[in-house]
Design a binder for this molecule. Structure first.
Ligand code: GLU
Length: 378
């Protein structure tokens, strides 16, 4: 039974139809700023094997800033945001050249997709991106994705490719997301300072299984940190994808996952949600919060819409159609949805019966603050 269990996840990866693979900058460029060409070739060889089995692959690659710095001989740590945007513009083309040269040796065709936060957070734009991915799959190309660092500013930036990759996994309906990092996976403690730190092999329920673990305390190990990887895992689980954190420093990193299985797996939640609801639940940047009373919470549990009468408080600034979180009295998140009103309007109508809305606002409006079709329980 143990063996069966151990083999289950590598089998799941082998059978995944769509796989998103994220690679961090530290895998492409070493501490001495040398490009890890040999490694990239071994990675391309792995990708070739997957493609030969008709698996559809998306690569999310960091490295624009690292390669831009390398070209300009700058130190990454001393660069301000506006300069880093220019550096990313210089480095992105280096990054794609590197991929193109390496992958063409294996007869693999690549294309480039640069995304901003809004491209995944706005429904219409995320559907456009989805279609582009599907068309590229059909053409047999491997999309290589990065954040469009040249225009993204702090407020509208992913900032890390872990969460961007999880959103790409959700948009493409991927079976598995692999985050290739420079550590073996998620540990019980920071392995760099604790000898008794253990690698966590499987996480089924993030809240329950990781309750005892001080994520902030272990965030230091691995160059990208663990916090954003766990955020990414939450999005994947809700979207019905599995996620792996694995050490990508080895040659042939994907084959290693299948052979050695020395990594952390986040199992997918069986999700019966429609694609649109999956998109709602995995929003990266909800614009505000609504606190509701117990009566409204009960109604939500029964699958009903959220009405103004049950709202106790509003925070944040949002417009009609924006993503918001619904919290209970104890500030626990109980749902997410798209608001039918702006935050200013909600302030005016909260606590009131739906048939008073027209009088309070001075115009005809919807009767639900979040319609049940636009809401997902968490
Ligand atoms: N998009 C950034 C880059 O290409 C990297 C972000 C990250 O490493 O998570 O340099």
């Amino acid at each position: 039974f143990q063996k069966l269990r151990q083999n289950y996840y590598p089998m799941y990866l082998k059978n995944s139809k769509i796989i998103v693979i994220k690679i961090g900058s530290s895998l492409l460029v070493d501490e001495n700023k040398k490009i890890r060409k040999k490694w990239l070739s071994s990675f391309a060889r792995d990708i070739k094997k997957l493609k030969d089995k008709n698996q559809k692959i998306v690569i999310v690659s960091s490295g624009a800033i690292a390669l831009g710095c390398k070209k300009m001989n700058f130190n990454k740590k001393n660069i301000k945001l506006d300069k880093s945007q220019a550096i990313a513009s210089i480095g992105q083309i280096e990054l794609m050249n590197l991929f193109s040269q390496t992958f063409s040796k294996f007869k693999l065709n690549i294309s480039q997709i640069l995304l901003t936060l809004e491209d995944t957070e706005e429904r219409r734009r995320s559907l456009n991106a989805k279609r582009t991915f599907e068309n590229l799959f059909e053409l047999g190309f491997i999309p290589v994705v990065n954040e469009n660092d040249t225009i993204a500013t702090t407020e509208i930036k992913y900032g890390d490719n872990d969460r961007l990759a999880s959103r790409v996994a959700q948009i493409t309906n991927a079976d598995t997301l692999i985050l290739l990092s420079d550590v073996d996976g998620l540990f019980t403690k920071n392995p760099k300072v604790n000898k008794d730190a253990k690698l966590i092999k499987i996480v089924n329920d993030i809240n329950k299984d990781l309750k005892e673990i001080n994520i902030k305390g272990i965030n230091e190990y691995g160059s990208g940190g663990m916090q954003t990887k766990i955020e990414a895992a939450k999005i994947c689980q809700l979207a019905g994808s599995s996620m792996i954190i694995a050490n990508g420093l080895y040659s042939n990193p994907i084959s290693k996952i299948i052979e050695k299985n020395n990594c952390t797996w986040f199992s997918p939640k069986v999700s019966k949600l429609h694609a649109r609801k999956k998109w709602i639940i995995s929003s990266i940047a909800p614009k505000g919060n609504i606190v509701i009373d117990d009566g409204a919470k009960k109604a939500l549990k029964l699958g009903k819409s959220l009405l103004a009468a049950g709202i106790k408080n509003v925070s944040g600034r949002f417009n009609k159609g924006d993503h918001i979180k619904v919290l209970d009295k104890k500030n626990n998140e109980c749902a997410r949805g798209l608001s039918s009103f702006s935050s200013d309007e909600v302030k005016k109508i909260m606590g009131h019966h739906s048939n008073e809305i027209q009088k309070l606002l001075g115009y005809v409006a919807k009767s639900e603050v979040i319609h049940k079709d636009d809401m997902v329980e968490v």
